[in-house]
Write a protein that binds this ligand. Structure first.
Ligand code: SAH
Length: 240
């Protein structure tokens, strides 16, 4: 069943224009069709009650479900090129992150100029919304910050890791930090760009409280590293 993020105010179901277009033109909804609408992190079963002269959608009932991770996970991802960035955003959403922070580093090839930032973030947020709808989340990951390595200390998290490709190939430190995550703790994981991190950058992250972790013996592509790290974290958090 199709899910949309919208607003439900006193039983009035409000969807964005893009979603109305998708529902009526792409899904070719008919009166009586049911959809799920997420409003303020609550899920409602809704039904199309009218299409002309304009669409009306009624609330049928609230659906009790929770597909979110029990901890708030923040992916701090260095900007990478093109579709690889889209892949990271989509997979991070499917794997339950609560926030994505974009990171400019010494070696990031992609630079977001101030003039293009809003447009770029808007496009990235569309990817997050579509991925959250597809995987049946009740939250769309937040994405509003582009920071540089000096600002890592500003990220509010109690468990902080930086994936460093020059770290030993043993994943024990990664695993033991993850096993130590307590309820309600926020978890942040930093992943570098195609060109990796400089020693100096890693030193700054460590000074800001981030622990260096290895993701194994092989050098993963940036998009693989984010994906792998989040698979391990979400798998651990949902093991029971
Ligand atoms: N400079 C590397 C590429 C960096 S990979 C090269 O020689 O090709 C991009 C990012 O993925 C790294 O900065 C790091 O954050 C992460 N990463 C990749 N493999 C890793 C590993 N085995 N352990 C920890 N982090 C890794």
């Amino acid at each position: 069943m199709q899910r949309y993020f919208g607003q439900i105010i006193t039983d009035q179901v409000l969807l964005g224009d893009d979603d109305i277009f998708h529902l009526t033109k792409v899904m070719r909804a008919r009166v009586g069709d049911e959809i799920e609408v997420v409003s303020n992190e609550k899920v409602f079963l809704c039904k199309v009650s009218q299409l002309k002269p304009h669409i009306e959608i009624d609330v049928v009932k609230q659906i009790k479900e929770n597909h979110e991770l029990k901890n708030h996970v923040i992916l701090i991802a260095a900007l990478i090129k093109g579709e690889k960035m889209d892949f990271v955003l989509q997979k991070a959403t499917e794997l339950g992150v609560g926030e994505i922070v974009l990171l400019q580093t010494e070696r990031t090839i992609v630079k977001i100029k101030p003039a293009e930032k809003d447009l770029k973030l808007e496009r990235y947020r569309r990817i997050l919304k579509e991925a959250a709808e597809q995987c049946k989340r009740t939250k769309i990951p937040m994405l509003y910050r582009v920071i540089d390595i000096k600002q890592l200390g500003d990220v509010d998290a109690q468990v902080k890791m930086i994936a460093y490709e020059e770290e030993s190939g043993a994943t024990e430190s990664f695993n033991s930090i993850i096993r130590s995550i307590k309820d309600k703790q926020k978890v942040a994981i930093v992943v570098g760009p195609e060109g990796g991190f400089s020693e100096h950058e890693v030193d700054m992250a460590v000074a800001a409280g981030y622990k260096r972790v290895s993701l194994g013996k092989r050098i993963l592509r940036a998009e693989t590293a984010s994906f792998y790290a989040l698979c391990v974290i979400s798998n651990h958090l949902e093991r029971k």
